[in-house]
Design a protein around this ligand. Structure first.
Ligand SMILES: Nc1ncnc2c1ncn2[C@@H]1O[C@H](COP(=O)(O)OP(=O)(O)O)[C@@H](O)[C@H]1O
Ligand SMILES: [Mg+2]
Length: 305
């Protein structure tokens, strides 16, 4: 009691460590608890990604310019637009996959829960754990179904067989694949159908326990039935994850997404190059029923692209 009533400034370790905190060391930035930025609009979820005037270059070539948009938690955000307008390029910025491309450079702001993803102190490997990616062509490893899903958790240190079994079952269940594969977990993933392989890749991503799942045209190699299953799956997953999907299929964007970003490309006739840009970003029903920009209207009504 006596100590509490004195007027001596609090010099306890915790108070000192706040006031004289060293800058976060390499990789620590993303280890802090995720604090969501509250949205200004009441019915919008918290902002997960805040993209501000983003530009992406491949060496001297500016592939995309001036992209600004916000991705909200537990929503599906779709990127649509003609081929070559930069949808994949922008998507790859969200988990720093562009780091792996020689000559690729990103400028402008890209904040993930308020943390600049391109801050020098941010560890790209940690970023990719939190922000998983599913690719256009299903890319299972040439391993068993079980080992595909257990791959990430094993690397991350989940070694106990019982725990791994639980992670594998849970991820396969969430990816709507468990019932189809539970009796052949030891069989090669290469023997699965394309649709099953893509759900396996989704299970593999989920098993890494990400917050966000990026999907780049995940259905483009699939038949309509497998596509419908993946679309249903996305709807189920969005209560647990935030999803950003690139699709060339406008009907798919209209069916599954909450918000849609329409990109196009401007042509520079002098250099015969094209730069992608974001034309319009809004709620999906608005984009498809009453877009603000004539270019969006022409695209969604099929008059262009
Ligand atoms: N690895 C790369 N190196 C150089 N240019 C690239 C690379 N990837 C994409 N581009 C160029 O960037 C532009 C946008 O491509 P991309 O993002 O793939 O468009 P989309 O996904 O909308 O079809 C295109 O002009 C493309 O040629
Ligand atoms: Mg693409």
């Amino acid at each position: 009691m006596a100590a509490e009533s004195t007027a001596v400034p609090d010099t306890s370790a915790s108070a000192t460590s706040v006031s004289s905190a060293a800058p976060p060391t390499h990789a620590s930035v993303l280890r802090e608890p995720v604090v969501s930025t509250p949205s200004l609009v009441a019915d919008d979820g918290p902002v997960v990604f805040d993209v501000d005037q983003l530009n992406v270059y491949y060496r001297d070539f500016r592939a995309v310019r001036d992209v600004s948009l916000q991705v909200h938690q537990h929503e599906i955000t779709a990127f649509i637009g003609p081929s070559g307008c930069g949808k994949t390029t922008v998507l790859r910025c969200f988990n720093r996959m562009n780091d792996l491309i020689d000559g690729c450079r990103v400028t402008g702001g890209l904040a993930y829960h308020g943390v600049d993803l391109y801050d020098d102190r941010v560890d790209a490997v940690e970023v990719r754990k939190r922000i998983g990616m599913v690719f256009q062509k299903p890319n299972p490893f040439p391993k068993s179904i079980y080992d595909n899903v257990a791959f990430g958790p094993k690397i991350n240190g989940t070694k106990k067989k019982g725990e791994l079994d639980d992670v594998v079952e849970s991820a396969l269940t969430r990816a709507a694949l468990w019932d189809e594969v539970k009796d052949r977990l030891g069989k090669s993933a290469m023997g699965m159908s394309g649709g099953q392989q893509q759900r396996l890749c989704i299970a593999r991503t989920i098993a890494g326990d990400p917050e966000v799942v990026l999907m780049d045209e995940p259905c483009s190699a699939l038949d309509p039935i497998a596509t419908a299953r993946i679309e249903d799956l996305m709807q189920e997953l969005k209560s647990d994850y935030t999803i950003v999907i690139v699709t060339h299929n406008m009907q798919q964007a209209a069916r599954v997404s909450d918000r849609t970003a329409f990109f196009t490309a401007e042509v520079h006739s002098e250099t015969d190059t094209r730069t992608g840009l974001l034309v319009e970003y809004d709620r999906t029903d608005k984009i498809f029923s009453n877009p603000s920009d004539e270019r969006t209207e022409n695209y969604v009504t099929g008059r262009f692209g």
